[in-house]
Design a protein around this ligand. Structure first.
Ligand SMILES: [Zn+2]
Length: 85
């Protein structure tokens, strides 16, 4: 569940009630009631589905562009091309 970060609004929304879009600074949803932008974080679960978690407004403001130092996952060595017959 998401909660609108606009204190005057504070509406609560289910995931299927909002539209999550990436407006250039990461995924956000606009509160359908007041139009405030609320940052969310997209995460891919192990089974491949995407889940969204709301990012508190303060945290989103404090970390403007942190250079995420995530280690590149080692890709398993792909098998070479199938040999032509
Ligand atoms: Zn709102």
């Amino acid at each position: 569940m998401f909660v609108c970060g606009n204190q005057a609004c504070g509406a609560r929304w289910e995931l299927d009630e909002v539209q999550i879009r990436n407006e250039g600074q990461g995924p956000v949803f606009r509160c359908p009631q007041c139009g405030a932008r609320n940052h969310v974080e997209a995460r891919t679960t192990r089974d491949g589905s995407t889940v969204y978690r709301q990012v508190p407004a303060k945290a989103a403001e404090k970390s403007p562009e942190k250079p995420a130092p995530k280690p590149a996952p080692k890709a398993p060595k792909a098998r070479s091309k199938p040999a032509p017959r």
